[in-house]
Design a protein around this ligand. Structure first.
Ligand code: 13P
Length: 252
């Protein structure tokens, strides 16, 4: 996962998966090995990271969150170091489901992203507007605000990607219009370059929200869409395969 502008396809298993699913993880890892032009990873429930990273032979396994502190009295939480220790090489931070259900604020997300980077994890920071915000034409402002507040100053100095995931497109089957995706990703790219200079061009911007084998080629071809963050369609190798193939076709 080194070359920044290769397409990056990441599965987010959310709260799905037990040891019964390790064979599916291995199948996805093998599939990724057949698509050498694409960077791929699976962000799994923490309980599966150790087993999966041992079983998947070098395939990138990640977590879905981490705490901003290194250690201490934080019952139920995991530090970035613990994820690394279990075999993770990356983690998602600030997913909208955590922003909503765990009331994570931009300042929390920024601190977590920084902690993860310091520990040596690669990071995917998520941003995205709600349906209300899109319908009231606030989407650009909301997302650029989240981007500004959630990214640490170190963002561009170490491997970090951002994921634009419109909340209303997640798990709904309703995909963002490609013109809207182009507008949002273009605005995010401009904001990244304004803040980080030329390094801002190296930060991959992923799209997430009901991406699947039917729409991946179209979405991944949009300018400044450098990959995808995929929920439901990452749970089986059969559903993940056409997304990897679409990314590989665009990488040629
Ligand atoms: P779906 O692909 O299931 O819409 O989920 C997207 C997502 O939230 C990935 O983080």
């Amino acid at each position: 996962m080194r070359d920044q502008m290769r397409k990056l396809i990441v599965g987010n298993w959310k709260m799905n998966g037990t040891s019964r699913d390790v064979s599916e993880i291995i199948a996805i890892a093998e599939l990724s090995g057949m698509h050498a032009a694409v960077d791929a990873a699976l962000c799994l429930p923490a309980t599966l990271i150790d087993r999966a990273s041992q079983a998947a032979g070098g395939f990138a396994i990640g977590g879905q969150d981490c705490h901003m502190m290194e250690a201490g009295a934080h019952t139920g939480c995991l530090s970035a170091e613990m994820l690394l220790d279990a075999g993770a090489v990356l983690t998602i931070i600030g997913h909208s489901e955590r922003r909503a259900a765990q009331h994570e604020q931009d300042s929390d997300i920024r601190a977590k992203a920084e902690a993860a980077q310091v520990a040596g994890l690669q990071v995917i920071v998520c941003v995205g507007e709600t349906l209300d915000e899109r319908e009231s034409k606030k989407a650009l402002n909301v997302v650029l605000g989240q981007l500004h507040q959630s990214l640490p100053e170190t963002a561009a100095s170490q491997w970090l990607s951002v994921a634009y995931e419109p909340v209303w497109a997640i798990g709904t089957g309703r995909v963002a219009d490609t013109n809207d995706v182009a507008e949002m990703h273009g605005a995010m790219r401009a904001a990244l370059v304004e803040r980080f200079g030329e390094d801002g061009r190296k930060i991959r911007i992923l799209y997430g929200g009901s991406m699947n084998g039917d729409n991946a080629a179209q979405l991944l071809a949009v300018p400044n869409v450098d990959g995808g963050l995929i929920g439901g369609a990452s749970l089986t190798a059969a559903k993940f395969r056409p997304i990897l193939s679409a990314a590989a076709a665009l990488s040629k």
